[in-house]
Design a protein around this ligand. Structure first.
Ligand code: CP3
Length: 354
């Protein structure tokens, strides 16, 4: 087992005492960093960067060279799974992800393979192994996948969507097709994440970016039920350590109790819910991660520091909080402001831990 030099991220997830509140940022390796843009240029396009273990490792470590972050996250994308299932992922500049093939019918679903991580997504496993080795115990490595519902939205819509017209029509019209797709994705996500754990991922985050767009009951049926199966199916312990699972449903504030009942280790919160209230609701059961509005990073240092202070005070004393943004950092943010944010979390949180 690799000894960790900084394990406060894992400790906070397990609600063990910490010296200061740990912090990382969703999308911490990304276009707001000039060194990321340079490496991406070198790789050619985004998928070539994901498929090159050395370069994926390089960009994973870039934010850690700049900032005292408490975790690293695998550089990859949630859409590697549908790509490996044969849908043909590509990125149109300025338009986000697109698929050459889309899912329209039960026959389309039946034709999808169940993935074998080493065989079908070997480049991701290789990236995890390379990053784990290169980190050399500096901080824990987070592995991730999209939730089945979130992946299904891209596979049925053929890319990003504003209204989810096709998949919602399908969910109400022919729910059996959507359930068959979700069941297949769930199998693939479980083996993909277990592959990442065996390759060196020390915590797992499930990105349910679009679950919060569902009707209250439909969320339980189409998103949470499958995330529950994933929680049940993941390796619980590896090399003597618990593998924490973080469930992040963007706009998921109304379902915190149901999410906490899955047996996950932590819930990721976006900025639309109040952290203190969330702690009162589910904090006995589960750790919380979040939840500063990424737009705060467009403001001045004083405003950023004030917002960090407000969120720390809202959670209050004791362990069980991992500081993060409520969603990914955006490409227009000045990296100096990210530094202000991360340093403020460490400096201002010491008094909440004794
Ligand atoms: O957090 C990290 O630093 C790890 C890397 C990571 C990426 N994507 C890199 C990426 C992670 C965890 C993701 C997850 C992801 N990908 C999600 C869920 C999280 C979320 O943000 O809601 C989703 C929905 C996707 C799908 C996806 N990938 C979209 C919609 C886009 C285009 C968005 C945009 O900003 O252009 C991507 C591309 C992508 N994934 C980029 C990065 C750094 C930008 C690609 C580039 O370099 O141009």
């Amino acid at each position: 087992m690799m000894k960790l030099k900084n394990d406060r991220f894992l400790r906070a997830l397990l609600k063990q005492p910490v010296d200061v509140t740990p912090v990382w940022m969703m999308r911490q390796a990304g276009r707001y960093l000039p060194e990321y843009r340079a490496t991406r240029e070198k790789a050619g396009d985004f998928m070539s960067l994901c498929k090159n273990a050395e370069l994926a490792c390089e960009v994973t470590l870039q934010p850690l060279e700049r900032f005292p972050l408490d975790a690293a996250i695998l550089f990859s994308d949630i859409l590697t799974i549908p790509d490996a299932m044969g849908l043909g992922l590509y990125f149109e500049t300025g338009e986000g992800p697109r698929f050459k093939k889309v899912i329209n019918t039960m026959a389309d679903v039946n034709a999808l393979p169940i993935l074998d991580p080493e065989k079908d997504l070997g480049y991701v496993m290789q990236a995890v192994r390379t990053i784990y080795k290169e980190l050399n115990g500096r901080v824990p490595l987070i592995g991730f996948a999209g939730s089945p519902w979130t992946l299904a939205t891209y596979m049925v819509e053929g890319g990003s969507s504003k209204d989810f017209r096709k998949i919602k029509a399908m969910a109400y019209d022919t729910p059996e097709i959507v359930h068959a797709l979700l069941a297949k994705l769930t199998q693939s996500v479980i083996s993909y994440l277990n592959g990442q754990i065996l390759a060196g991922a020390q915590a797992i985050q499930i990105f349910d970016t679009w679950g919060g767009n569902l009707a209250s009951n439909a969320y339980l049926e189409f998103s949470l039920a499958y995330m529950q199966q994933i929680v049940n199916g993941l390796i619980k312990e590896h090399e003597g350590r618990t593998i924490p699972i973080i469930l992040f449903t963007k706009n998921g504030g109304q379902w915190l109790e149901a999410m906490a009942n899955t047996g996950a280790t932590a819930l990721g919160l976006d900025w639309t819910c109040d952290l203190g209230e969330a702690r009162l609701r589910v904090g006995e059961k589960i750790a919380l991660q979040g939840n500063m509005d990424p737009s705060v990073l467009y403001a001045n240092s004083q405003a950023i520091t004030k917002e960090v202070q407000r969120i720390l005070a809202s959670y209050g004393k004791g362990s069980g909080h991992v500081f993060n943004l409520g969603h990914g950092i955006t490409p227009e943010v000045n990296p100096d402001n990210a530094a202000v944010f991360i340093n403020a979390v460490h400096e201002l949180s010491a008094r909440y831990h004794s």
